[in-house]
Design a protein around this ligand. Structure first.
Ligand SMILES: [Zn+2]
Length: 327
C-alpha cells in the first residue's frame, strides 16, 4: 500500500508574544525561512532527533525549549508552553521533525512543521464540490454521489455584523481624519480614538479568520467522513470583480475578501494532512451548462440563458458544470 508523507505547518501567531529575540532581526534573515532541527522527548522516555537541536519538544514536561536564542551560550534558552496544536498533531500520528524560523511582519517567528505518514483515502464515489467566493456570497458546497446531488448549501458569515462593524469603523476613521487635519491627532483624545480603531479592525478580522477556520475544519471532516474527493474552484479574481460590480465600496470589498485566500490555504493544508484527494478546477458560474452561451444575471443571483432559456441560481451553475465534466 502506498504511503506518503504529509506536512502541516503551524500558524506562527501563537508564538507571537512569547518569543523574544531581543534585537531587530538582521536583514539577511528577512525573506528567508531557516529550517531548524528538533529534538523530541516523549512521555515514555523515548528520545528522537539531534540532541543538540535548537528546538526541543519536551512532552514529559510539556514545554517547547528554544535554545541558543540570541547568543551561542549554552544555557541561553527560552521555554514556551507546549501548544495544543502540537499535541493534537501527535495524537493524529504526526511528528514535529523540524521547525522554521523567519520574519513575518517585521517580527521574528518560529513555525513548527508537523509530518505524518498517511494512507491516501480510497474515494467512495462521493465528491465534495466547493465554490469559493468572497465572504459576501460565501462558500457554496455540494455533496455529490455519482450524478445525484445529496446536499447543496452556502456558508456565509454574519453579513449584518460585518457591515455594522465596518460602518462603525468608517465613522471612527472619519472622525480621526478630522482630528488629524486639525493637527489634534496626537492629543489624548486622538490617541484614544486611534486605539479604538485598531481594536475594532482587529476584532473584525479575527471574526472572519475564526469563521474561515471553523468552516475549514467542518468541511475537511465532512470530506473525511464520506471519503470524498474534493474539487475546489477558487476564482477569486472573478468574485472580486463581481463584488465591485455590485457597487460595494472598495473598503468593504476588501473586508469581504480578507481571509478568503487564507481559507483556501488552510483547507488544502488539512485535506493533505488527512490524505483526502483534491483538485482545483475551473467551474463556470456565468456560462450556461446546457448550451455554453453566456448567461445573464437577474435579481437575487438568478442566472438566465438567453439562448436556451435555462435559468438557475448562480451558486448552482458550478455544480452543474462539475456534473457535466464527470459524466
Ligand atoms: Zn443555454
Amino acid at each position: 500500500m502506498l504511503r506518503y508523507v504529509q506536512h502541516q505547518l503551524f500558524s506562527w501567531r501563537e508564538f507571537k508574544r512569547s518569543l523574544v529575540f531581543g534585537a531587530t532581526p538582521k536583514r539577511w534573515l528577512a525573506g528567508t525561512w531557516i529550517p531548524l532541527k528538533t529534538y523530541r522527548i516523549f512521555p515514555d522516555g523515548r528520545r528522537i532527533g539531534d540532541p543538540n537541536a535548537p528546538v526541543v519538544l519536551d512532552f514529559m514536561r510539556n514545554v517547547i525549549r528554544v535554545r541558543q536564542v540570541c547568543r551561542n551560550q549554552p544555557r541561553y534558552s527560552v521555554e514556551l508552553p507546549m501548544s495544543r496544536w502540537v499535541l493534537e498533531r501527535m495524537i493524529e500520528g504526526g511528528d514535529i521533525k523540524f521547525a522554521k524560523v523567519g520574519v513575518r511582519r517585521g517580527k521574528l517567528y518560529l513555525a513548527l512543521v508537523a509530518e505524518r505518514k498517511v494512507q491516501p483515502i480510497q474515494p467512495s464515489g462521493y465528491a465534495l464540490v466547493i465554490d469559493v467566493n468572497s465572504w459576501k456570497h460565501g462558500v457554496a458546497w455540494a455533496l455529490i454521489k455519482g450524478d445525484r446531488i445529496v446536499k447543496w448549501t452556502r456558508e456565509r458569515p454574519d453579513l449584518g455584523y460585518i457591515e455594522r462593524m465596518y460602518s462603525e469603523l468608517v465613522g471612527l476613521e472619519r472622525k480621526y481624519g478630522i482630528l488629524k487635519r486639525l493637527g489634534l491627532h496626537e492629543t489624548l483624545e486622538g490617541r484614544k480614538l486611534w486605539l479604538k480603531i485598531k481594536h475594532k479592525r482587529r476584532k473584525l478580522h479575527k471574526y472572519l479568520r475564526d469563521f474561515a477556520q471553523r468552516l475549514t475544519s467542518r468541511l475537511a471532516k465532512k470530506a473525511m467522513k464520506r471519503r470524498t474527493r474534493v474539487v475546489i474552484d477558487d476564482m477569486l479574481d472573478e468574485s472580486r470583480r463581481e463584488l465591485l460590480e455590485e457597487r460595494i465600496s472598495s473598503g468593504l470589498a476588501k473586508v469581504y475578501f480578507s481571509s478568503v485566500r487564507h481559507f483556501v490555504e488552510l483547507f488544502v493544508n488539512q485535506l493533505r494532512w488527512y490524505g483526502v484527494p483534491y483538485e482545483f478546477k475551473r467551474l463556470y458560474s456565468t456560462i450556461c451548462p446546457r448550451c455554453g452561451a453566456k448567461m445573464k444575471e437577474l435579481p437575487s443571483r438568478i442566472m438566465k440563458c438567453e439562448n436556451c432559456n435555462f435559468s438557475v441560481h448562480r451558486d448552482f451553475v458550478p455544480v452543474l458544470w462539475f456534473l457535466q465534466g464527470s459524466r
